[in-house]
Design a binder for this molecule. Sequence first.
Ligand SMILES: [Zn+2]
Length: 240
Amino acid sequence: MESTPTSTLKYYDQMNLPGSEPQVISFSSRHFAGLEVSLSRYKRRWFITFPRAYGMIAPQRILSPLNIPDDNMPEEHARNHFWYNPSVTGNENQVPYKPDDPEARLSPIHMLLDGKAIMRTIHYPDVPQIARMTGRMRSERSSSQDYSKGKEVVCYEVEVLIPDEGLLRQCYYCLAWEASGPMKRWKPCGEYMFWCGWCQSRGWLVSSTTGAWGKLLRDTWTPLLNKNYYRPRDSLYSSP
Ligand SMILES: [Zn+2]
């Protein structure tokens, strides 16, 4: 298995201003009308997310899950690899992947593999990829209730080329999302978990009431976040 090229990581390092924190890496592609998207992860589950609210188009921030977590994948490998499973995306008729396929509108794997990074408002057309296929394929059981229900589906292994710091984070306690552009990043508050500045500043309260405070915040905020939207909960942390 090839490792992430050093040149790619160096490039993304240079995208961050000297002395500032690494920022969220957002990207766009022809497959989603050039709209800005980002990548997020909770444990071994990956998502395409919106790095900003798009009003009625995207009152929530999770656009599409990308995979079913693979607990058998070695830890080191799982940090930047996953098996893209089209049955989890709700758009499973868009495979196989063909580079820059003009017919592949709204296809999550096309958005990801053909995506070009955006730095603030400047669009660089020739930047290194966000992710690429490793060339390995395998079958997984479909999780769809629709097209491929009960069948095996072909899955592709994907290598993520951007560093972990470039992924969009969500606050574990109040479910607030980060945004693209210069901002103070959410800090880690546990393995795979982050908290926003507001929750971090009340960390004594969070820790003194353990899980109950987090549950209270989430139960209060989640219905508000879900208003006018059909998905039951917009949370990275609700996945297994
Ligand atoms: Zn918070």
